[in-house]
Design a protein around this ligand. Structure first.
Ligand code: SF4
Length: 262
């Protein structure tokens, strides 16, 4: 091969190699005698990178939780709500009830008590908390210096569950809106929620009564004090002391927030 041809071949080869390098080729294998072809390594393909999560942006003064929703005052009346409930068949608890048991008491009450559902006595008399547990509740109310007629008393469910079982989540979810509408009418300053089931249903929490009792919770700006159900106190009187401590906090709150100077 003439030197001029060799020089041209080298120049062409250099150009080809630079072209391959520009395409990402990182090397070539020199062909052997038995395999004279030049094997070109394919360009290495990088796996796609996982999207990088953007750094959390930290505001100057940190995150501030949105203000909790406040309850809007309702102009409905209890009579309108109770008429709408009517001879309710919206959940299975209607099947064995005698009466629908509505919320009763002072419709301008500062304090409300909420239980889970009527029992046998309540089912017969169509009034909440009138059995033995109700009599104990009356004593609890009087112990903090109020009369039963001064407070509001109701349940999440208005029909007696068979065998006094706890209402199911579906049953409570079906009936609860009526209670919430009554709460929006009255807007009590404090709600004492009685027992685990009522507390979970009113506050939409998975926490148990033992953990939350004695500490004010919030329902749309209303103070909520969870404590034991009077029926539980009848079974375990040793819990009366803790209940009394919880109710003293309620009494102190109401006393310190009294707007009427009299
Ligand atoms: S418990 Fe409430 S929703 Fe169920 S049938 Fe009675 S009133 Fe209706």
């Amino acid at each position: 091969m003439a030197s001029e041809e060799l020089s041209q071949l080298i120049t062409e080869t250099k150009k080809q190699l630079e072209h391959l390098r520009a395409l990402g080729v990182e090397g070539i294998q020199i062909a052997t005698a038995t395999a004279p072809a030049v094997v070109v390594q394919p360009p290495r393909v990088e796996p796609p990178k996982a999207p990088v999560a953007s750094e959390p942006t930290t505001s100057l003064f940190g995150d501030i939780a949105p203000a909790p929703a406040k309850l809007t005052k309702s102009t409905e009346t209890f009579e309108q709500i109770h008429t709408e409930i009517g001879d309710c068949t919206r959940c299975p608890l209607h099947l064995e009830r005698t009466h629908v048991v509505h919320t009763e008491g002072n419709r301008k009450a500062r304090l409300m008590f909420v239980g889970e559902a009527p029992g046998a006595d309540e089912d017969v008399q169509a009034r909440p908390f009138v059995g033995r547990a109700g009599q104990l509740l009356t004593k609890i109310i009087e112990a903090i210096g109020l009369k039963r007629e001064e407070v509001l008393i109701g349940n999440v469910n208005r029909c007696r569950p068979p065998g006094n079982r706890a209402p199911t989540t579906e049953e409570a979810t079906t009936c609860k809106p009526y209670l919430l509408r009554e709460i929006a009418v009255v807007q009590p300053e404090v709600i004492v929620v009685l027992g685990n089931t009522a507390m979970k249903n009113l506050l939409d929490t998975r926490e148990g009564i033992t953990r939350l009792r004695g500490n004010f919770q919030d329902y749309k700006g209303i103070k909520v004090m969870p404590t034991f159900h009077p029926a539980y106190l009848l079974r375990d009187p040793s819990k009366k002391r803790e209940t009394w401590e919880d109710l003293k906090k309620v009494r102190d709150y109401l006393d310190s927030h009294r707007s009427d100077p009299c």
